[in-house]
Design a protein around this ligand. Structure first.
Ligand code: SF4
Length: 78
């Protein structure tokens, strides 16, 4: 990644590891960081458009992100 918004990523200044929980682990702390992040919309858009399947991005869990990616694919195919 080399996006301009990354320079303002709050997770890079706090605890990046919390954004990649072990399977079954909690994403609560990462989501809390995202809620205060100034580039949350840009981050989420990037994660969906580049199909990031691992980690918490833009305030959504891996599970939620996969659902958004599937929806984006369905929309593109329609
Ligand atoms: S929205 Fe969350 S994952 Fe994205 S840059 Fe901000 S803190 Fe990091």
């Amino acid at each position: 990644m080399n996006q301009t918004w990354e320079n303002e990523a709050l997770c890079a200044q706090t605890d990046p590891e919390s954004h990649y929980p072990e399977p079954g682990g909690s994403s609560r702390d990462a989501k809390r960081t995202c809620l205060a992040c100034p580039v949350r919309p840009e981050c989420l858009e990037y994660a969906v458009t580049t199909e990031q399947y691992w980690g918490v991005w833009g305030g959504v869990s891996q599970h939620e992100l996969r659902r958004l990616i599937r929806a984006q694919r369905a929309k593109a195919a329609a």
